[in-house]
Design a protein around this ligand. Structure first.
Ligand code: DOR
Length: 442
């Protein structure tokens, strides 16, 4: 059956771009928001009515850093399962990283991903192109891309960019956004040797310590200033980096933080062991607080999950043989809205960090706000009731979450992608397909 072209979201608490809430209706048609009013009574005949009483309508989440594993590593996750997890989590667009097999370092590899996503993804998609030490020509021309991904550390093989001279060349050429995974690989290598033989996963945060992150962020900032190059610092993890950015962050630099770096810290190794292992690693409770302050003060611009699924078998291998990374798209919005409920921030701030600021930062047109003419990428959340993170409800193929058992509020009840209902109170509509995103000057 065809989905009707028009959708009326009836009597939601609507988060407006000025941060105010309006109890009212939103009419969507042909993928866009057509009208917002306290009550809409005139609408086309074939309009589907969605009862939204008691729910809050937010712009759909745009997750600016995910690893969805297709092609090549589909045993961990694929674009279909990952996008189902997105729809369940209220994520209507994602920006995906190039560490798939093959690596996304050429136009051909990018085209392949775009084609796969068009066939499989329930939500909208965009991709980074990966920088390699041989600085392939497609780095500057491949299209559409949201930016160039540079792994300064925490990566093996061709994507590792740990030579400062090569980094300088990448920053010197072209104008498109560079997103860095900022960890100093030389320091990590040296400390890995120093701590060799230790199997307690908590050592991970000491091997890849705060200093390793700070040194790489300092270098990226220096190069960005040298060439006035648009820089985005991925998953900021330390108080030291946040303080550095507070002192000297140029207007063309943005930074993000993950929910896990805000709400988890090294105590998590005691409860979930290697499932807490990620790069950059979890830090201290003090770092959590400094990162929160930086986020609230606008030093950190947005929230990304760094969704990095690995199987239960892989995660059970025992440190240091376990891969780093944890899934996140399914829980990020609820984790953040639960924090809002607890008084850490407001719902409007969460929506700004997870939607509006991301669209602005990557120049994604017509997304990230509930405004007439904007795309109808929306999420209805329940800010009243709580529900735990349950393994059996997870859509991600990896089948686990670091937040299992956490009682969260703000779960997505209905997720709307381009005016189509992709997820409705526990049920996915797997016929829905997202679209390729476009990016400002990139
Ligand atoms: O822990 C991580 N795992 N951090 C990253 O940035 C990459 C990732 C992965 O792809 O598994």
């Amino acid at each position: 059956m065809d989905t009707p072209n028009y959708l009326l979201i009836n009597q939601a608490e609507i988060l407006l771009p000025n941060g105010e809430l309006l109890l009212g209706d939103v009419l969507c048609g042909n993928g866009e928001i057509l009208q917002i009013a306290p009550q809409i009574t005139t609408m086309p005949e074939n309009t589907q009515i969605l009862d939204a009483k008691g729910l809050t309508l937010l712009p759909g989440v745009i997750d600016p850093q995910v690893h969805f594993r297709e092609p090549g590593l589909e045993y961990k996750e694929d674009l279909f399962t990952a996008s189902c997890a997105c729809a369940r989590g209220g994520v209507t667009s994602f920006l995906e990283m190039p560490n798939t097999r093959p690596l996304t370092t050429t136009q051909a590899a990018l085209d392949d991903k775009l084609q796969r996503a068009a066939q499989k993804s329930l939500v909208n998609y965009g991709f980074f192109i990966g920088a390699t030490p041989d600085v392939l020509p497609d780095l500057l021309t491949a299209n559409p891309v949201c930016g160039i991904k540079v792994f300064m550390g925490s990566m093996h093989g061709n994507l590792l960019m740990d030579d400062p001279e090569v980094l300088d060349r990448v920053f010197a050429q072209g104008k498109r956004l560079i997103a860095v995974h900022a960890e100093n690989q030389a320091r990590i290598n040296q400390r890995r040797q120093e701590f060799a033989g230790i199997t307690d996963p908590a050592i991970h945060s000491q091997i890849q310590d705060s200093q390793a992150a700070l040194e790489a962020t300092q270098l990226a900032l220096k190069l960005s200033k040298k060439y006035q190059r648009r820089l985005h610092i991925l998953h900021l993890s330390t108080g030291e980096e946040a303080e550095l950015l507070r002192q000297e962050k140029p207007a063309w630099v943005t930074a993000e933080v993950t929910p896990q770096h805000l709400v988890l810290n090294t105590d998590a190794y005691e409860t979930i062991g290697t499932f807490a292992q990620m790069n950059p690693p979890l830090r201290s409770a003090k770092d959590n607080e400094i990162l929160w302050n930086a986020l609230r003060d606008g030093v950190i611009d947005f929230i990304a999950t760094d969704h990095a699924p690995h199987t239960l078998e892989e995660k059970a291998k025992g440190y240091p043989n376990t891969p780093s990374g944890m899934p996140g798209v399914e829980t990020s919005l609820a984790v953040m809205l639960t924090q809002a409920k607890a008084g850490k921030c407001t719902v409007a701030q969460v929506s700004h960090w997870m939607s509006t600021a991301v669209a602005r930062g990557f120049g994604i047109p017509n997304k990230g706000k509930i405004e007439v003419g904007y795309d109808a990428d929306l999420v209805l959340v329940d800010l009243v009731n709580y529900h735990p993170v349950l393994r059996e409800e997870l859509q991600t193929k990896c089948g686990w979450s670091p937040f299992e058992g956490w009682d969260l509020t703000g779960w997505a009840q209905v997720t709307i992608v381009g005016g189509q209902i992709a997820f409705d109170r526990g049920k996915l509509n797997t016929n829905v397909r997202g679209q390729a995103l476009s990016f400002g000057v990139n």
